[in-house]
Design a protein around this ligand. Structure first.
Ligand SMILES: Nc1ncnc2c1ncn2[C@@H]1O[C@H](COP(=O)(O)OP(=O)(O)OP(=O)(O)O)[C@@H](O)[C@H]1O
Length: 288
């Protein structure tokens, strides 16, 4: 820390050991016609834990609350956002850049599947190309005005995740996990990555937390009783939401009707995100 430090990292470019936020100087600029107020990364330590489901439901809930909302699908090799929103049209472009596709509710979406001719075409690219595509979704897409952009990150803590975190001004990340992962080191890895990259963690979502019997309403802990609070406490984090295993969620994704899902369980999460004051440029959430 220099002698002249006023503890306001957002106005300082020095990458000293006491930094609490990233320096804006390393980041890629968004398109000139984009005005994006907040960017939230949704991550998971491994695939298939419901990261895309949580990203979609979160965007839907924020949209219901009147915010201009967008999803940048950074999961290039396993893009599932257009399908869960029932979008089959392709993204258009002109000489200025690419345009996101609007969902039925009006959420702005960009995903590799909106650019491929066939949704089933595999993306057989090496890491740098995948990272380059994600970066272009930020720099070359004309997002217009966005209050909250949610970035559906590729699973894990690899190459592409690193590209996203180094190029996009992520205000905070949400870690999605399942009860099994909480007893392993997978969440720890995600939390440590956030810490190394100086990105604030807003909290943990425990997906597939329990199953509620439709006949008697009893909650069954299929994977054993949750230790989410204990793990979260170890890192000074909160469990922002617990989502049950619910066949309706899977059906909503499969049928492209995620916008009809009940998103009320995300209430606490939404409140935390709303505390990232849109009017303020300060990014002073605690770094774990
Ligand atoms: N709580 C839940 N109840 C029922 N099904 C769920 C739940 N969460 C996720 N699923 C289903 O599990 C599958 C994987 O979910 P999703 O695609 O959101 O995971 P992901 O972590 O984004 O996976 P990937 O990393 O491979 O992209 C989907 O078919 C989804 O509908």
């Amino acid at each position: 820390m220099s002698n002249s430090c006023d503890s306001n990292c957002s106005s300082c470019a020095t990458d000293c050991g006491d930094r609490t936020t990233k320096s804006n100087l390393d980041l890629s600029p968004s398109h000139d016609l984009s005005k994006i107020k907040r960017v939230i990364g949704v991550v998971s330590g491994k695939g298939g834990v419901g990261k895309s489901l949580v990203t979609s439901m979160l965007a839907v809930e924020m949209n219901k609350r009147g915010y201009e909302t967008a999803i940048l699908d950074a999961d290039i090799t396993g893009p599932s956002i257009p399908k869960s929103f029932g979008i089959t049209e392709k993204a258009s472009s002109n000489e200025l850049g690419m345009f996101p596709v609007r969902s039925h509710m009006g959420i702005k979406l960009m995903s590799i599947n909106l650019l491929l001719q066939n949704d089933t075409d595999p993306v057989v690219w090496r890491g740098p190309m995948i990272g380059g595509a994600v970066k272009q979704f930020w720099t070359d897409v004309i997002w217009g005005d966005v209050d909250y952009m949610f970035v559906d990150m590729p699973p894990g803590t690899g190459d592409v995740a690193l590209t996203v975190f180094q190029n996009l001004p992520i205000d905070g990340m949400i870690i999605v996990t399942t009860p099994q992962d909480l007893v392993s080191m997978i969440v720890t890895k995600a939390v440590k990555m956030a810490s190394m990259l100086k990105i604030p963690v807003l909290g943990i979502v425990e997906n597939m937390s329990y199953f509620k019997c439709p006949d008697c309403d009893k909650e069954h802990y299929i994977y054993g009783k949750s230790n989410a609070d204990e793990v979260a406490n170890n890192y000074g984090l909160n469990v922002m939401a617990r989502l049950p295993i619910d066949p309706k969620h899977a059906a909503a994704c499969d049928r492209g009707m995620i916008e009809l899902a009940d998103t009320s369980l995300l209430d606490e999460m939404v409140k935390t995100i709303e505390t990232l004051d849109l009017s303020s440029e300060s990014k002073d959430f605690p770094v774990v």
